[in-house]
Design a protein around this ligand. Structure first.
Ligand SMILES: [Mg+2]
Ligand SMILES: [Zn+2]
Length: 175
């Protein structure tokens, strides 16, 4: 049985400056490294809505370059991201992959034999918390990014200051 953490990217791992996509704007949030390092026994995934691609704000290639930068920086600290799932559509596209839809959770479950019930979804937006609920995972809101605005209208299993706080809670509640 494989347990996973499904993390949002923008506002959760990296600073979100709004449609962040330029490598020059790449900046890890405080405690991202410390938190992710503690989660070594989990398979780590990113699930991210990237409507900036669908809106033409930036290209898929920009998104991938930014990811490569992030993967490189995390790799220096021996943090391995198993796979990055992304939705390039806009809400108007009404696709089947945009969070809080669980298509990517189902794909990970199938491809990597993930037990969703023992897994965690982490993010700073309502869609992240709903993704966790819809996928039968535990959901954790981080107060980085948009989290402070989000916290009043969601019902997460835990509200964390940052990813280090997230990791501590997960390790305590992992059974
Ligand atoms: Mg976010
Ligand atoms: Zn989509």
């Amino acid at each position: 049985m494989i347990k996973a953490v499904f993390l949002d990217r923008d506002g959760t791992i990296v600073e979100d400056t709004g449609y962040v996509h330029k490598v020059e704007d790449f900046k890890l949030l405080p405690n991202s490294i410390k938190g992710l390092r503690k989660l070594g026994k989990f398979m780590i995934f990113i699930v991210t809505n990237q409507s900036g691609i669908g809106r033409g704000v930036y290209k898929l290639e920009d998104f991938k370059k930014f990811n490569n930068k992030m993967i490189g920086e995390l790799g220096k600290h021996k943090i391995k991201i198993k796979k990055i799932y992304y939705c390039p559509h806009t809400p108007e596209d009404d696709c089947d992959c945009r969070k809080p839809k669980i298509k990517f959770l189902e794909e990970a479950k199938k491809e990597f034999k993930i037990n969703l019930k023992s897994s965690f979804v982490i993010g700073d937006q309502k869609a992240d918390i709903e993704l966790g609920k819809n996928g039968n995972c535990k959901s954790i809101l981080v107060l980085t990014g948009n989290g402070n605005k989000t916290k009043k209208d969601i019902n997460a299993d835990f509200v964390a200051e940052d990813l280090l706080d997230v990791a501590k809670w997960i390790l305590k509640n992992d059974k």
